[in-house]
Design a protein around this ligand. Structure first.
Ligand code: ADP
Ligand code: ZN
Ligand code: ZN
Length: 735
């Protein structure tokens, strides 16, 4: 008797397979099958009334009665889809971030693979002539002119079905020729990156001594490790990456490069393409699902030498991974803030250990976490203290704006300084991290402020569109003409956004065109790259931008950078605010200047005497960061304590709070574990929902992990949690 008929007769004798399903439940599910697909093979399963793609976790060891079990719908892969190190990385991440394995595995895949598509390049159907078709007299088909023309066309070479259709041949003509044996179909595989051999595109630069030391240290290391490459802006970190990579590529190994979310990728790509004549693929948000899968396959099959991607690229499989580089390792976009919350930099370090490859974390403004890891000797330290090519670092100065009149946020001393630079033919960059016209709409008669109806936040005025817009929930309203409270028509924008700044600058400096770069001016795809290119050329002497321009891009003609308002961060309740301010100021300052025209940075503040500001200006980011780190140690904040944050969200504030109380009740008491809350989130109401949080922290990471695991195991039973949206954020970055 064959095995399958035995299964039908005696369902309980068939095998049970454990499957990780992409649902928010922290366990696997059992299914019946003839024989269990290998662990790591994708399967399709019925789940409730849906059909889901999950991963086999192998045969269930404890053989339960499986009368009730539904069978697998389909087995999607012949062999495990992911190479062992990626599989292990995902398991590790599910464990560490306490996120359901099924969702983590799902997250690690390109969309098409999540949907069950085959892990192969898409083949398309083509047609070519057979031997008979090549010989036959074309004239013998003159009764069927369509067939005659089609055969003639195919005699010139094979055609894809879609090209045949495009040339307006009918399907019946195609079929008729096929039935007569004059043509045949075949599967056409698209051109993929073939195996490559290493070749230099352009010669490497002559390294300066610090760069040479860094490259040599990486090359000479006897075992794989993590490096923090701490190099001031413009110090030539990229050149260090390129030369360290060259050694790896020369051995036929592949390199993964992670970059921050936006803007940088085209520029980075160009530099890499210029240096290396090897296949380079990009993984970024503008790809179609098919392009993304093809790039993923190129990495997996070894056809791509270099993969450049944003945070989720950390899960890309490689055939022969040789090195991981994380550029701008301090950048917030490396942390996934929704769903499966992970930090791509931290996973890069874990992956490096699993794959036994070097990991290089690079930044001009490293995170305090990484600086601490250097101090703890977990990472090796490489330093570049000089700008490459002889350019000087910008000089930083402070303008005390207490009691000074401001025009669109600009003080008179700043305006004069700008004029001087502009008249000398230089470029000026004004940084303001608030897009829109004004961050609030105020009634001049009664003091009413237009508040978002769904958030604890004010609407931003967008003058050009004549709209009020909430930057937290996206809600939009037409700009009102009258105060909702007193009916007055004296409505004015309060504060300054980039739209207003752009306008005022145009009035102040009518001879100098202004270019604004922010999320509103770059809405269309690809327009950021274009604006950045325009900005580098001197067509626009005045640049206005939000944090979008703080990242990576260099503007060599800029000799003056102004930050209009740095006060908010000086007195923030967020313990990371100072670190971020230091990074922002340093990064923005780093956009300016070159050898022949050194730059100046002007910081406008009401608190020129503030210790942090003084420290940063006089001692530079490296020293500033190290004193912040000492402060964190004294106050027992990360990285000296290990945090995790439970968040809840509900239409009803009390329910959100009750749910957290229920979680708190499950937390085991331990003298070395501190629990804070439940407390309202910084923005208590957002998009109509109330938000609360509960902070768990311990100096011992292991203990924190145990506490979380113990607690999470009980949460499925808690009724209060079913009425709210809740999540756990391990190593939270934002509060
Ligand atoms: P970073 O990544 O540290 O900000 P880059 O790698 O972009 O710095 O280098 C800044 C500029 O200095 C680039 O124009 C680069 O070509 C140049 N540069 C880097 N290294 C050298 C070198 N050794 N000699 C001359 N120019 C260099
Ligand atoms: Zn009013
Ligand atoms: Zn809102």
């Amino acid at each position: 008797m064959s095995k399958s008929s035995a299964t039908e007769l005696f369902p309980n004798t068939s095998t049970v397979v454990k499957v990780a399903v992409p649902v928010p439940l922290a366990r696997s599910f059992d299914y019946a099958c003839e024989s269990a697909p290998a662990c790591g093979v994708r399967v399709k399963v019925p789940f409730g009334n849906r059909s889901l793609v999950g991963f086999s976790l192998g045969e269930a060891s404890e053989s339960k009665s499986n009368y009730q079990l539904k069978p697998l719908t389909a087995v999607l892969d012949e062999t495990p889809l992911l190479p062992q190190p990626v599989w292990e990385l995902l398991q590790w991440a599910a464990d560490y971030y306490h996120h359901p394995l099924g969702e983590v595995l799902n997250h690690g895949l390109p969309v098409l693979l999540r949907q069950g598509e085959a892990a192969s390049y898409k083949t398309t159907e083509g047609f070519r002539v057979t031997a008979a078709g090549a010989e036959i007299e074309l004239n013998s088909l003159r009764q069927a002119p369509q067939q005659q023309r089609l055969l003639a066309a195919l005699r010139n070479g094979p055609l894809l079905r879609r090209d045949i259709t495009a040339q307006e041949f009918s399907a019946s003509a195609l079929k008729a020729l096929q039935d007569k044996g004059l043509i045949e179909g075949f599967q056409h595989a698209p051109q993929t990156n073939a195996d490559w051999s290493f070749a230099i595109g352009s010669e490497p630069l002559q390294l300066n001594p610090e760069q040479a030391l860094a490259v040599a240290a990486i090359g000479a290391a006897s075992k794989p490790q993590t490096y923090l490459l701490e190099g001031v802006t413009g110090s030539g970190k990229t050149e260090v990456y390129l030369q360290a990579m060259a050694d790896v590529l020369r051995k036929g190994k592949q390199v993964l490069v992670l970059v921050p979310e936006i803007g940088l990728t085209p520029q980075t790509l160009r530099r890499f393409q210029k240096r290396f004549a090897v296949p380079i693929v990009m993984l970024h948000s503008a790809l179609t699902d098919r392009e993304r899968l093809d790039a993923w396959l190129d990495a997996k099959n070894g056809g791509a030498a270099i993969v450049i991607g944003t945070r989720s690229a950390i899960f890309t499989p490689f055939k022969r991974l040789g090195m991981i580089i994380v550029d701008e390792e301090h950048d917030g976009s490396l942390k996934q803030q929704e769903g499966f919350r992970y930090h791509a930099r931290d996973l890069a370090v874990v992956r490096g250990q699993k794959e036994q490859v070097h990991v290089i974390l690079g930044s001009a403004t490293p995170s305090l976490e990484s600086i601490n890891n250097v101090a703890q000797k977990r990472y090796a330290h490489l330093q570049l203290t000089q700008r490459a090519g002889g350019a000087k670092l910008a000089r930083q100065t402070v303008v005390d704006i207490k009691q000074l009149p401001l025009k669109a946020g600009l003080s008179q001393p700043l305006i004069e300084q700008m004029r001087k630079e502009l008249d000398r033919g230089q470029q000026v960059l004004v940084f303001l991290n608030r897009r829109g016209y004004a961050p609030a709409l105020l009634c001049h008669e009664c003091g009413w402020l237009a508040q978002c109806r769904r958030c604890d936040a004010y609407y931003t005025v967008h003058q050009r569109q004549q709209m009020l817009q909430c930057h937290h929930c996206g809600d939009q309203q037409r700009l009102p003409r009258q105060c909702f409270d007193c009916g007055s028509t004296q409505l004015v924008g309060r504060g300054t956004g980039t739209e207003q700044l752009e306008q005022s600058l145009a009035e102040l400096f009518p001879d100098y065109p202004v270019l604004r770069i922010d999320r509103d001016s770059t809405r269309r795809k690809g327009s950021l790259a274009k604006l950045l290119t325009d900005a580098t050329e001197n067509k626009y002497p005045i640049l206005v931008g939000t944090q979008m321009i703080a990242k990576g891009h260099h503007f060599p003609h800029v000799t003056l950078v102004a930050l209009l308002d740095v006060d908010g961060a000086l007195y923030s309740s967020d313990f990371r605010a100072a670190e971020r301010l230091g990074q922002l100021i340093t990064q923005v300052a780093g956009r300016a200047g070159r050898a022949s025209a050194p730059g100046t940075v002007v910081l406008q503040t009401h608190h020129p005497e503030h210790d942090l500001l003084q420290d940063l200006i006089h001692n530079g980011y490296a020293a500033f960061a190290r004193s912040l780190l000492r402060e964190r140690q004294l106050t027992q904040l990360p990285p000296f304590t290990q945090m995790a944050l439970f968040r809840t969200e509900a239409n009803d504030a009390e329910q959100a709070q009750l749910a957290l109380q229920a979680i708190a009740a499950q937390l085991p008491q331990h003298p070395d574990v501190i629990v804070l809350g439940p407390m309202p989130a910084v923005m208590e109401r957002r998009a109509g929902r109330y938000r609360f949080q509960l902070l768990v922290q311990s100096q011992q990471r292991g203990l924190r992990q145990q506490v979380l695991q113990h607690t999470l195991a009980k949460l499925e039973q808690i009724p209060e949690l079913r009425r709210v949206r809740w999540s756990l954020d391990v190593d939270p970055q934002d509060f």
